[in-house]
Design a binder for this molecule. Structure first.
Ligand code: HEC
Ligand code: HEC
Length: 193
């Protein structure tokens, strides 16, 4: 009796992992078109295009849904997101979330600016949502290691209202009082984490 039970259980587990491997392969295939802009393995080499690797699964899914619905506007992303169904949103979210996050490849060329950024991040309590390591969680984005000029762009987009964001519009409230100098310092600090 006991042996039969274990047998059934392990068959179920094997089927589960086969299905999982098939999903992962399908997601990788779909992610191939993303690599043209977002880079190999989700690490962007292109100005104003964010790295996706290691972003929280939920954050990625929400952004795709926002682009698809038009609440987040971008000429390049919108047509792509419009062609993505719900299942692919889930698969792509899981795929990019599982990739190794980006790390700054060049040494910090301006440690003073980073120190100012660290101070601004502490003063503005960025870590209270983005986590102490700035790896993000749930619908809150990873910031650590993201491209510096993209972080500047994103903060300006929230500040000006071009991007409203989810989760109760937290980021528009956060970005509104930031000065241009603070934004530059924050982006520099976060990009070099
Ligand atoms: C033609 C270039 C292009 C392609 C192809 C592309 N993207 Fe993008 N993507 C962008 C740009 C540009 C942005 C930044 C938009 C902005 O500044 O608001 C972006 C932003 C995103 C974001 C938001 C990330 C963040 O940190 O806010 C996600 C998620 C995303 N893309 C997923 C995908 C996925 C998944 C694919 C493939 C199915 C894909 N993209 C294909 C250009 C592209
Ligand atoms: C109250 C919670 C909260 C606080 C505090 C907060 N954030 Fe955010 N942040 C979010 C959420 C939620 C998102 C995703 C919003 C969206 O859907 O566009 C986000 C997104 C971002 C993005 C966009 C990242 C991307 O890849 O597109 C940047 C940049 C950012 N935050 C920087 C900051 C900085 C810098 C601070 C401190 C000055 C800060 N945040 C404080 C909740 C917060």
């Amino acid at each position: 009796m006991r042996i039969a039970f274990v047998g059934v259980l392990s068959v179920a587990m094997i089927c589960g992992s086969v299905a999982h491997a098939a999903d992962a392969a399908a997601a990788k295939e779909k992610a191939a078109i993303c690599a043209g802009c977002h880079g190999d393995n989700g690490i962007s080499q292109t100005e104003n295009i964010p790295s996706l690797a290691g972003q929280p699964d939920q954050f990625l899914q929400w952004q795709l849904v926002f682009f698809r619905g038009g609440s987040r506007k971008n000429e390049q992303m919108q047509p792509i997101a419009e062609a993505i169904g719900n299942e692919d949103v889930r698969a792509l979210g899981a795929y990019f979330a599982a990739l190794t996050p980006p790390k700054a490849t060049t040494p910090d060329d301006n440690p003073d600016l980073s120190a100012k950024g660290a101070q601004a991040a502490a003063g503005r309590r960025c870590a209270s949502c983005h986590t102490d390591s700035f790896a993000g969680t749930k619908a809150v984005a990873r910031l650590a290691g993201q491209r510096e000029e993209y972080l500047v762009k994103a903060l300006h987009d929230y500040k000006s209202g071009v991007r409203s964001g989810g989760a109760g519009a937290a980021m528009t409230d956060v970005a509104y009082p930031l000065s241009d100098e603070e934004i530059e310092a924050l982006a520099h600090y976060l990009a070099h984490l």
